[in-house]
Design a protein around this ligand. Sequence first.
Ligand code: PMP
Length: 368
Amino acid sequence: MQRPYNFSAGPAAMPVEVLQQAAAEMLDWHGSGMSVMEMSHRGKEFMSIIETAEADLRELLAVPPNFRILFMQGGGLGENAIVPLNLSRGGVVDFVVTGSWSQKSFKEARKFCDPHLAASNEADCHTRLPAPGSWQLSPDAQYVHLCSNETIHGVELHELPDLKALGSNAPLVIDFSSHVASRTVDWRRVGLAFGGAQKNLGPAGVTLVVVREDLLGHALSICPSAFDYKTVADNGSMYNTPPTYGIYMAGLTFQWLKRQSEGNLRGIAAMEHRNMAKAELLYGFIDQSSFYVNKVATDCRSRMNVPFFLRDESRNEAFLAGAKAAGLLQLKGHKSVGGMRASLYNAMPLEGVQALVAYMRDFEQKLA
Ligand code: PMP
């Protein structure tokens, strides 16, 4: 079945195979006589679903044994409060602000700790990343917060910083909501990573947290029990009822990811390879054109979210209407930035980007 290509920034397109499997299992999961939505989270059926999902994710992302995987709720914005509640001890926390999402994290943290702005690219309109060597890291920071892919501005960190080499002993916290599972993660450089599922992992409603064990057990006394990482970890993400259907869908997505290959590459490495090819195709086309423009510095352009503009913005509506008619959906840019944005998450095949580039070329030629 040929569906339109959906470039939504999130909730985003999911692999067709995953949706088909979910549809086939909707009324009767594996002969249980129940939909996954109707199962007790403590029954053996759902227990097997969540355990398999966790093991598959650990394998896919090569999560080391001293990290815990938590399936929570509250989304990325929830984590903006939950992380400082758990890790800040009410002290100083360094923030590297690289776009709207890290800006929100910085502001929210004021409720719980003493956030310090270590670096910001606001003066550059979030189009280039401040060099790690220029970050003003605090000697007493409890952690350093970074958004490793800024979804709105299309700015991605292609190498996580080595905080030790920058003179900081603090753990690194990354918001990897919009590029989780699109590339490998260097866990040696990470203390905690969080992300909402609704871009690369499954439907909205599940929040993934991957946290190093030594960071558990330091929550402020005001931290709600359901958001205390240690409580969640001790209860296998089942202190309260977890978002069962979302975890099931994420689990199907993990199985889909495990099946992906590109030459000798498997799983996430295969996805990373594919994602690089997709991004290169689109940026390459934009850069050679005098009709379209992307304003992000080339060394930090996001592979997942590509904001671009028509030089003649009076054509925006015609561009979007034509795209929709050509089966290319949800290309409108975020309201704070304007223009267009193509999100190229894992479920977007290369053919989708080829179709987008063909449409863009056609649109440009018609107006030439
Ligand atoms: N961080 C990033 C990088 C995001 O892209 C988003 C959502 N687009 C959020 C945080 C907020 O996530 P949620 O809406 O799940 O709270």
